[in-house]
Design a protein around this ligand. Sequence first.
Ligand SMILES: [Zn+2]
Length: 227
Amino acid sequence: MQKKFATFAIAVLAILLILFAHIGARLTATVPAFTFAEEARELYLTFDDGPSTVVTNRILDTLREEAVKATFFIVGERVHGREETLQRIAQEGHTIGVHSNTHRYDTIYASEQAFLEDVSACAKIIEETAKIKPHVYRFPGGGTHKRKAKLLEDLGYEIVPWNAVCGDEEIPNAAKETLVNTALKTAAGKRKVVLLCHDSATHAPTAAALPEIIRRFRAEGYAFKAF
Ligand SMILES: [Zn+2]
């Protein structure tokens, strides 16, 4: 009798174990392990056409206050006289990318050779001034430029397009609120946002709008990243 009971008890235990294992498996299956990654929102702030003395430094002040890292696609010949600003970008942990040496489309895109010379002239200034080797590139004027992109990828560059804008180029003399709203509107529904902004001398409104841009995207659950 006792032996029968023991067998029965073992059988019940086994059934219970199997049941729990199933429930456990179902629980882990329903725990959305991937949801966080799927819902994680990332914002890459990118600033083109700098460095400039006032605007770039104001932007750097805000980024430091907000503990946010960003990416600066610089114009090589604008570094002259602003070496400290470029060094500050690197020292404060931001990424410096190549945008162009001259930003003059007619010469940059005149030939493949001219294009590569422009890239390497800008990269050289970054390396000599900020002591870092750039690994990201943004085409002046945007676009895909397939053949040139391939040449750059062979050199180890990642090409960085954008998928949202704050409107500081598109809307002349835009008010701060317009820039904030344009950024939010063009980024709407995107999990990974690469936001195009500018930090050349004429873009004081961008520097003024940046704290609010950061605050609003943070409230939307975005984490800030640099390339
Ligand atoms: Zn540009």
